[in-house]
Structures are given as structure tokens and as C-alpha cells.
Design a protein around this ligand. Structure first.
Ligand SMILES: C[C@H](O)[C@@H](O)[C@@H](O)C(=O)COP(=O)(O)O
Ligand SMILES: [Zn+2]
Length: 215
């Protein structure tokens, strides 16, 4: 797909992320894999102000085009593409329920079979490191290697998928799971979970189930 179309897709994803209540202010960022690097949102610019020309190309060495500043989190977007060959889009946000679970420093366990949408029986929680740092990207690399989503301790969520629509869909799904987890945690801790055998069955069924209808 050509650059302008991908850039439009990034902006639409950002705006939809806000419309869904998954983000606020200039928090969050979105990227797509492009050539040997990625196209990514600029740092610190409100989504409503973005144009296709605002989206920044960052190459495989982390060099960005002149005159534009990429998201402060370009490093963790880069490690997601390096770690997961199946990822072509990455969404990061500070969704309230995901962030609340991340403050508890817990993974989301298998409280609902939809946990398998992220590729396994839990959504991990990557340890805290300052935003934008290499350390944070190292923690993300470890957390994301066998999952399509991870919480970031005291920070938020990252979700990746084969395209932007699916990455946003997954980010929303994880926020629903986080909300379910917090709701049940208020009543009982530990919350009962599905066993690994059941999650393996669901993972198998998801291979052929239309998680979302393609347009
Ligand atoms: C301080 C930043 O908001 C940080 O939380 C970062 O992770 C973020 O979400 C947005 O940063 P950018 O505007 O640099 O993408
Ligand atoms: Zn953030």
C-alpha cells in the first residue's frame, strides 16, 4: 500500500481509539510496518491535528526523516516488528482499565476465553521503565515474543496485529478483559481462571473462526 494511504489509516486508527474511549490527550501512539522500518505518529501532537504529512518514517536503524519528530516510543514499536514477523501494525494507549491492572503489576489471567485472542492464556505485564527508553523496549521484546498484547507496568497497553483494524480491535478487546478482571477482583481474589487445556482448544478454534469480518 502506498505511504499516503497507510498514513491515513494511522490517523483514522488514532481518532477511533479516542472515540472508543481508549485514550486521552496526546497519550498513545500508532505505527505500521513500512519498507525496512515503520510509519509512526509524531510525538506530542493531538490526534485531531494530524495530517498525512505529520506521520513520520523511521528506518531500521532508528533514523527518522528530517523536520519531523517520531513518537517518543518508536523504540518499542521497532522491537515489536523485530520480534514478531506477523505484526504489521502496533497500537499503544493508556486505556484506563488496562492501566489500572498494570498499576497492580499483574498479568490478566484466563478469566474469559477471549484472552486467547492475544495468543495464549494471559496478557503479560512488562516491568516498568521510563517511557521512550531502550530498557522499556527490551522489556517489551520479552513480553511480546509469544503474545500479541502486553500491559506496561504503571503505563498502559501495547497490541500488535497483521493490520491496523485488527490491532485496534485487539486493544479494545484487552481493555474489555481488563475491565472484567477488575470487576471480578473486587469480589474475589484470586479470580477463578480457565485451565490451559481449555485455552488450547480455543486457540485451535480461533485458527478458523472469523475473529472479525473482513471488509
Ligand atoms: C509521556 C508520553 O505520553 C508517553 O506516555 C508515551 O508513551 C505516549 O503514550 C505518547 O508519547 P508520544 O506522543 O511521544 O507518542
Ligand atoms: Zn504511553
Amino acid at each position: 500500500m502506498e505511504r499516503e494511504k497507510l498514513a491515513r489509516g494511522i490517523i483514522d486508527t488514532c481518532l477511533e481509539m479516542t472515540r472508543l474511549g481508549l485514550n486521552q490527550g496526546t497519550a498513545g501512539n500508532v505505527s505500521v510496518r513500512y519498507r525496512d522500518g515503520m510509519l509512526i505518529t509524531p510525538t506530542g501532537i493531538p490526534y485531531e491535528k494530524l495530517t498525512e504529512q505529520s506521520i513520520v518514517f523511521v528506518d531500521a536503524e532508528g533514523r527518522h526523516e528530517e523536520g519531523k519528530l517520531p513518537s517518543s516510543e518508536w523504540r518499542f514499536h521497532q522491537v515489536v516488528y523485530q520480534t514478531r514477523a506477523d505484526a504489521n501494525a502496533v497500537v499503544h494507549n493508556h486505556a484506563v482499565n488496562c492501566t489500572a491492572v498494570s498499576i497492580l503489576n499483574r498479568p490478566i489471567p484466563a478469566i474469559h476465553y477471549m484472552i486467547a485472542a492475544a495468543g495464549g492464556n494471559s496478557i503479560p505485564c512488562a516491568p516498568y521503565a521510563t517511557f521512550g527508553t531502550r530498557k522499556l523496549s527490551e522489556y517489551v521484546a520479552e513480553a511480546i515474543k509469544d503474545r500479541k498484547a502486553t500491559l506496561l507496568q504503571h503505563h498502559g497497553l501495547i497490541a500488535c496485529e497483521e493490520n491496523l483494524d485488527k490491532a485496534l480491535w485487539l486493544a479494545h478487546e484487552v481493555e474489555v478483559l481488563a475491565r472484567l478482571y477488575l470487576t471480578t477482583l473486587a469480589i474475589v481474589d484470586p479470580v477463578p481462571v480457565l485451565d490451559d487445556e481449555e485455552i488450547a482448544i480455543v486457540l485451535e478454534k480461533f485458527k478458523t473462526y472469523g475473529l472479525r469480518v473482513e471488509a
